[in-house]
Design a protein around this ligand. Sequence first.
Ligand code: ME8
Length: 518
Amino acid sequence: MSKRFYITTAIDYVNGQPHLGHAYEKVVADVIARARRSLGEEVFLLTGLDEHGQKVQQAAAAEGKDPQTYCDQLAQDWKAFAEKLGLTNNDFVRTTEARHKEIVQASLAKVNAAGHIYKTTYEGFYSTKEETFLTEKDRRPDGTFDPAYGEVIKLKEDNYFFKLTEQQQWLIDYIESNPSFIQPDHRRNEILGFLRNNTLEDLCISRPKARLAWGIPIPFDTNYVTYVWFDALVNYITVPAAKGDSTISSALSSRPSTLDPRLSLWPADIHVIGKDIVKFHAVYWPIMLKALGLPLPKRLLVHGWWQKDGAKISKSTGNIVDPVTVINELGLDAFRFYVLRELDIGADGNWTDAGFKARYSAELANGLGNLVNRSLSMLKRYRNGVVPARSDELAPDANKVIAETKSLLEQNQLQSALQSIWSLITRANQYVDKTAPFKLAKDPAQAKRLDEVLYNLAETCRILAVLLWPFLPGTAAKINAQLGLNGEPDKFSAATWGGLTAGHQIGEPAPLFPRKDA
Ligand code: ME8
């Protein structure tokens, strides 16, 4: 059984509705997953929900619901959202599922038996709002705590702690000798800087049940539940365990909940995460995995954060982008295109409605849409939609872009891949303007030249459908259908010049991106 390319997203807190930031991360992961499939790999894409913790308990109470009912209802919205985004996830994990609880408890039991956990009394400051213990180091120069922590109380409480301190040097060495573990590089440098200049404090991994009931009971002391990160991060191995991944099963002595087909998934190839949760994934998670006797994920791919109109996205101030509204208005592919084209993975982004509409109009409607529509309409009009003999005039341009796109997709450089693909669109649109097929059509002596031009345009459209499929799957499928081709353009190997054969009858051209008034 060969190992699948295993890619995950962060699991979102279920204490509200999904927003642009959540959508962006999921689309990035989906494009990478689709690209790898197109390139011939077997891929497993995982996304899901983080359902435990005080915030969910409070949000449920505020609506007068028990937490499980509250989560079950919201999970439906989030699953519908994943579909709306066109995600090709192979599973959807929820941290309240039995399969997850079992693996969290097995992990805690193993790590405890190996001596990585101890119980001690904590006495100090605690932020109820952020559910976190604070130390003197968290005070600002004037002695107060950041208002973001809300009310800070004094607390004395027994809790379980996971030992981190002893692992610090090992982790530094690991990150130094594995430069691609944290990407992009500036995030890697940040983590290395943090690890070199601070002494790691052991991680509190429990809350007394009396104070927080909404969590997974600690198997060796059921007066406690495990607290957020020991629960959330484990989701990445829950699903491999459920699918009978042998690396996980042997480390945790777990049995798969589905016997057929068993999959080999671990270690993950990529965890796609946002910049705010790098420390949890780059520090706590590797140390947890080492304590569990499991190999580390190959890569953390860290994306930036979106703002809207230069300000933080926030429900309370109403500064939000609702991806569903955008998708309903201008289509899923327009949404996917904008977020992927606007932002390189790692950089922060700023959504503006004007910017979105400008890209829609210039790059989608006037660029791609216009090329496909005029190419196929002319083929229909001048040759009854029958593909003429092969001609290779644009083949060198197409081949260059095919090679570039392949290499960029292999490096997860999605924005650059789109730029490369658009260079072919621009080239082909210029070719239409230069060769002026509408003029050639008026002169019977130019019939052969017109055949050549029409072939080059139709074949470029076919290649574009293949290159675009991971990004704009719906549009790519439409181009294929308008070309009269069967199936989805979902195999990169089809991006080879000369695929359209003479005599092939194309389908009906139709605008891909109807123009909308700004
Ligand atoms: O952090 N722009 O959940 P979450 C881009 N449950 N990305 C954003 C964003 C924005 N404005 N806002 C949030 C959690 N994100 C934990 C994760 S993983 C084991 C547990 C990203 O719902 C954020 O960076 O707060 C994170 O990667 C994801 O959305 C979920 O955030």
